[in-house]
Write a protein that binds this ligand. Sequence first.
Ligand code: FAD
Ligand code: NAD
Length: 469
Amino acid sequence: MNAYATTQTTTLLIIGGGPGGYIAAIRAAQLGIATTLIEGEQLGGTCLNIGCIPSKALIHAAEEFEKTVHYSYGSPLGIGVQSPSINLAQTVRWKDSIVARLTGGVAALLKRNGVKVIHGWARIIDGKSVAVMLEGTETLRVNCEHLLLASGSQAVELPGMPFGGRVISSTEALSPARLPQRLVVVGGGYIGLELGIAYRKLGAEVAVVEAQERILPAYDDDLCKVVSASLHKLGISVHLSCAVLGMNAAGDAVRIRSSAGAESELAADQLLVAVGRRPRTSGFGLEDLMLDMHGRAVKIDDQCRTSMRNVWAIGDVTGEPMLAHRAMAQGEMVAEIISGKRRHFMPAAIPAVCFTDPELVVVGQTSAEAQAAGLDCITAMFPFAANGRAMTLEAHDGFVRVVARRDNHLIVGWQAVGKAVSELSAAFGQSIELGATLEDIAGTIHAHPTLGEAVQEAAMRALGHALHI
Ligand code: FAD
Ligand code: NAD
């Protein structure tokens, strides 16, 4: 039997201080639930420390630098820049300062709301108790009424190519000590393209190797074509339907094989492996709970209950879509259910945004998905080439597309690709969640000149009376 230096008791015990866990903790504490949160690394989890926030900071820095390089060749705008340069160490320090500000903010919010935070690695004893290794050899036991699993996910390694040396994950890619001259990215999904584009803009030669026959297989072809054209323009080489065989004998190139069986080598100073993430379900006693699983993920119902009474799970540990805003929404809901409120996780849509250049947004159903669900739909798109604001931003590539039911014009989906379209995701989500029709959006006055006018025009076009095309 283990001897514990101390035993504590709480109502809600949360393992993991990422967006899922910390939001659940804040909301539970607001509702008067005694809450303890255990975090083994940094508050804020993957998202704030090594994911969403640092990647968007690096992407922004890369974009700004690339602009100056672009202007150094002269521009129709009349801007000239001489010998642009970037101090990468300073860029990383700036990115780290944003992370520190946000993670410090999370710590302050938890404290202000009365959440007890324990820094240490949790090991599950059973569905009502957890052991935490504190500094030194001291072990703490925490007993609870409700256990919430919010342990997140970790990067998948390629067989035979573990992370280390030249083979890096997104975590190392977000804190570069120096820029590789040649970066090979394995995986043309979210991370591979967001960071591959950033590295290219910072000045590296970048090649992307993707197993499927096109990049971003999760997004539809029309959207991806616009990003593919941009990759081409940026000088990123893309190798589709290719398998990675390993490094060459000298360790300075990646061997790949095409679907036709042709083998070749891509010179690489660094190899960024971004082939997906998997739920973090092992190494801390979770397996011993013998919960029902969905593949590698913890299986949950529409209230985020697992198969064990009063054991809940949220966020990446429950599988796809592995997005911070889903984890946060689930965390808030679980806290409210535990407090006695009647809640179910049934969003009309969860927005997906890819911060490539140009950006991609998908909210709700595509035309193909609506059709597969048995809906008869109208689809209409409005190109940014016909939008005044897009012209003033030199951002004519891309479009907004709407999908609506033919019978009652209820909007079931939006897709967009173009500069800054991530900011349209709120309007898209609200229109679907509130049950808007094409007439509602077409009849809403949109400010001029904005990219958002393309949203109104797409709805008008679906009704057969677009004004600017
Ligand atoms: P996590 O954020 O992974 O947090 C889990 C926490 O649990 C971690 O801090 C971990 O240390 C802790 N933990 C695990 N086990 C234990 C234990 N036994 N004891 C104590 N602590 C433990 N999503 C978006 O929506 N938008 C984006 O732009 C975006 N960009 C991304 C970019 C990158 C490079 C990456 C890697 C991910 C990105 N994501 C993005 C995904 C997003 O980060 C995750 O979906 C989100 O962080 C999941 O939140 P979570 O709370 O489920 O888990
Ligand atoms: P991903 O699933 O987005 O992309 C992985 C890509 O790798 C896919 O295109 C897949 O076909 C390819 N692939 C798989 N095995 C391969 C192999 N052996 N060789 C070549 N290609 C291979 O995964 P990711 O980019 O690692 O990101 C992980 C998760 O993090 C995402 O699913 C997403 O949930 C989250 N994320 C979100 C954002 C965002 O919201 N903007 C950004 C980054 C990450």
